[in-house]
Design a protein around this ligand. Structure first.
Ligand code: SF4
Length: 253
């Protein structure tokens, strides 16, 4: 099955362990106010590519990925293209390539048996999921992204059940996702999962704004300052406190 691809990057350093070959897929149903890639939203844009073409390009640069790296699919929203991902990761596994999906989880739907059958197959081929939880509060999540978070949170529980390693990513935006109550709640939620392997807390920056201007689109976060990086460790600590609280409740001394 062909994939609808936005772009490829042969030397990704922030998209999973080691150096990665990164596939940016086209199409996303979320509308995150801070999205840096609004040009990936259109479900009908991009270029159609065969999985074999992508693996061929990976193999050409494979010396880069010997440091514990591999292949990451990001977007856009990768899980909108599960059939393509199954074919791509089947080939990747035949070639002993470490596979990672960077996703918002929005396409997960436990009420759809046909999709779940595909999801089970895909997760059997996936070494790591980087799950971006944009906001733990349902209403605030909807305000920030235009979509509910209920199935996103269920996706985290599903990954835990399946034993798929999970990294959680969270972008801290001043005045929008930096409230300690919600950061603690996020930590408390993810603290229950044994498949949680890492937590990436990322500072909001305004570099995406120019892209909106060039596309003639409104930038919803106009005037919101970049996140002060010196405060970021404190914010991460609040999430870690939530994780610790949940774990201490699960495993009382
Ligand atoms: S999920 Fe990712 S690609 Fe989609 S709108 Fe949000 S940040 Fe952009």
């Amino acid at each position: 099955m062909q994939g609808r691809i936005h772009s490829l990057e042969s030397f990704g350093t922030v998209d999973g362990p080691g150096t990665r070959f990164v596939v940016f897929v086209q199409g996303c149903p979320m509308r995150c106010a801070y999205c840096h890639n609004p040009d990936t939203w259109d479900m009908n844009g991009g270029t159609l590519m065969e999985p074999a073409e992508i693996i061929e390009q990976y193999e050409r640069n494979q010396a880069f990925y010997q440091n514990g790296g591999g292949l990451t699919v990001t977007g856009g929203e990768p899980l909108m293209q599960t059939d393509f991902l199954i074919d791509l990761f089947t080939l990747a596994k035949e070639n002993h390539i470490h596979t990672c999906i960077d996703t918002s989880g929005i396409a997960f739907n436990p009420g759809n048996p046909a999709l779940m059958e595909k999801m089970d197959r895909l997760m059997g081929l996936t070494d790591l999921v980087m799950l971006d939880i944009k906001h733990i509060d349902p209403e605030k999540h909807r305000d920030l992204t235009g979509q509910p978070n209920v199935n996103i949170l269920k996706f985290a529980a599903y990954l835990n059940e399946k034993g798929v390693d999970m990294w959680i990513r969270h972008v801290v935006v001043p005045g929008i996702t930096d409230d300690d109550k919600y950061l603690f709640d996020l930590g408390y939620f993810i603290g229950q999962f044994h498949n949680l392997k890492a937590l990436d807390v990322l500072p909001y920056h305004t570099m995406g704004e120019k892209k909106y201007q060039s596309l003639g689109m409104d930038y919803k976060l106009k005037g919101v300052p970049p996140m002060d990086k010196t405060l970021l460790l404190e914010k991460k600590q609040v999430i870690l406190d939530g994780i610790r609280k949940r774990r201490s409740e699960q495993n009382p001394q």
